[in-house]
Design a protein. Sequence first.
Length: 356
Amino acid sequence: MKSFHSDTMKPTLKTLKLIPENKETPIHFLRNWITPSEYFYRRNHFKYPEITPQSFLLPIYGHVEAPLVFHHSYLKSMPSKKITMVLECSGNKRTYFEPKAYGEQWEDGAISHGIWKGVTLKSLLDMVVVKHGAKEIVFIGHDKGTRTDMEGIFHYARSLPIDVALQPDVLIAYELNGSTIPYEHGYPLRLIVPQWYGMASVKWLKEIQIIDHPFKGPFQTVDYVYYPHKANDLDARPVTNIKINSIIQQPLDYSILDTGTHEICGIAWSGHGSITTVELSFDNGSTWIKAKLSVDPKQKYSWTFWRYLWNVQKKGEYTILCRAEDSSGNVQPFEAEWNKKGYGFNAVYKVHIKIE
Ligand code: MTE
C-alpha cells in the first residue's frame, strides 16, 4: 500500500518522554498494513535493561513438576509460529478523557501492527509439566526501578490466568517483522498475548513463575485496573482485552478542504473478534453510512483499514464521526467509560473539517 508521503517527507515517532522512553507511532501518516519496526510505538515503565548473557536464558519454575531453563538458541530451534496482531497500549487516547486522567497523555498512536515469531508458551509449559492447582503464570521482565507510590525496587512483572496462558497463540517471541526483535521492543525474548492490551506482552523476559494463588504485583493490582469512580476503588476490574476502537487517519482534524470528492480513511480494531462494520456520520450520529473495509478473513488479530469517498459540494464546517463494530457485537460508544487511570478510551472518533 502507498504511504501519504514521499521518501523525502518521512514521519517520525512523537516523543512523550525520553527516560523512560515513551513514543507514539505517527499513526495518521502510515498506510502500511504492517507497521515498520522503526515506527512501532514504545511504552516503557523503567529505563532500558542491560543485555547480558543472562538475558538469553529463560527459567520456568514454581508450581511445576520439572523446572527448566531454556536457552534462546534452543527456543529458536523449536517449532515456531507467527502471529500478526495489533499491539495497543491501554492508555492509548488517554488525552481525550474528560475530566483528565493522570498518566502519559497518549493521543492516537500508542498502537502498532506487527508479525511476531516465536514458540508457543503452551509447548514450554507442557515440558515443565504444570502441577494441579496452578492458577496463574507470572512473567518477569529484566527492567526494574522505583515507583512514586511505593517503597522499593520493582521489576516489570505481570501474570496471566492459566487458561489464557495455555491458548495456542500466546508466544514467547524472538522475531518482529522478520528480524530479531529490536532492543526497545523486548530483545531477546518477549511474551506476546494476542487480543489483550499491550501491558500483558512483557518485554525482556527474565523468568516465568507458575503460582497457585493470585499475583499481586503493582503492575497487576495498582496499575492496569479500571477504577470507574473518582472517589473510591469500588467496582475495580482488571484491564484485559482490547476494546472495539477506530480512528480516522485522513483527513486530519481541523483540515480545510475544497469542495469535491475526498477519501476519508482510517483503521478499526478489536480484541473481541474481527471488524464487521465501520460507519461514518455527517449529522452528529442521526444517520450512519458504511465505509468500505479491507478485511483479510485469515487474520484474526489484525487491524482493518477502511475508506469512504465523500462527495461534498456545500461549503461550511462539518464534524465527521466514525464508529466500528466487531464480530462479538461490540460497538464504539458515544462516550468512553471514564476511569481514574484513563484506560481503554474508545468513544466514537471525531474530526472537524472546513470546506472552503
Ligand atoms: N514489558 C516490560 N518488561 N516493561 C515495560 O515497561 N510495558 C508494557 C508492555 N511490556 C512494558 C512491558 C506496556 S504498558 C505496553 S503498552 C507494551 O509493552 C509496549 O510495547 P512496545 O514498547 O514494544 O510497543
